[in-house]
Design a protein around this ligand. Sequence first.
Ligand SMILES: Nc1ncnc2c1ncn2[C@@H]1O[C@H](COP(=O)(O)OP(=O)(O)O)[C@@H](O)[C@H]1O
Ligand SMILES: [Mg+2]
Length: 349
Amino acid sequence: MARTAEAADPAGPGPGTAAGAEAAAEAEADAFIELDGVEKVFDVRRKTGFLKRERRQVRAVDGLSFTVSRGEMVGYIGPNGAGKSTTIKMLTGILTPSGGRLRVAGIDPSRERIRLAHRIGVVFGQRTTLWWDLPLIDSYRLMHRMYRIPDARYRENLDRCVELLQLQELLDVPVRQLSLGQRMRGDIAAALLHDPEVLYLDEPTIGLDVVSKAKVRGFLLDLNAERGTTVLLTTHDLQDIEQLCSRVMVIDHGRLMYDGRLEGLHEAGESERTLVVDLERELPPIEAPEPARVVRVEGPRQWLAFPASESAAGLAAGIAARYPLVDLSVREPDIESVIAKMYAERAGA
Ligand SMILES: Nc1ncnc2c1ncn2[C@@H]1O[C@H](COP(=O)(O)OP(=O)(O)O)[C@@H](O)[C@H]1O
Ligand SMILES: [Mg+2]
């Protein structure tokens, strides 16, 4: 209110110019997800012996502050137990924060969970929201009624998801008979039938094969481009982030460790990729151009580490020109090692 009044009266006193106030009001409207010093503490009771119990507090989220703007696709990464799923559960209203302030679309999730549910979609990779024993289409029909989605809207969204996620053949199959990749696509469609403005994805590509991963990624890119859906993505696969997110947040022990571009994270951690080459026969370690170097040899297979920022193609071509190459593959750095290097760098700085 104060901001509106200030903006309406350019000559008015108070901090900042009218333009500044307007920009601030706009930024506020744009901040679709807002966390300010959010905490979540779990009380854990553990049996430590006969009639003996120990009470312990787990600080899963510890003073977390960030904002996500409408239409952003943000990667949310960190080691196991970092507090990622807890954050997402608070953003949906499943869990109530122990402290701090949290808003999604201006709504306090744990206070108005149902109202928020109409505006968000959520996919937990480890747990399905579909009815296990029913054909896929029946779950969608139930959601149509539960969310009171207008018929035309429902049909349009369903048709679109079925086409883009290639679900046509699966609609009459009971969910329990679907493969992991099929079920995940089914779950993503279920989360989108009511046109949510934001989609939370908690490990949506975990355990998926390469083809399924590509389908899911392509779909999310289209969704974001066409509908401007805001996406918060938790993953262990750095390629998900590379292909989908211009911004990545790293969380560890419930705290934000990094917020910026993925490239910046690679630089901060000076992370390395690995080129795995299969030679025709066992050979001494390959003499690779600097700074690539052989880190492991096992029979005819050799592993070469090289900076993640450099091209694997150039390195592979150089090796193929001088060695009898049969096969090769590139391994991306895993999130744990990127983060470990980030810490090492900071400790050294
Ligand atoms: N319901 C719960 N009760 C007690 N501790 C929990 C509960 N949920 C999560 N935790 C603990 O909170 C921490 C963060 O967990 P989580 O958010 O699931 O991490 P992540 O998703 O990053 O792997 C972990 O130490 C975990 O054991
Ligand atoms: Mg988790």
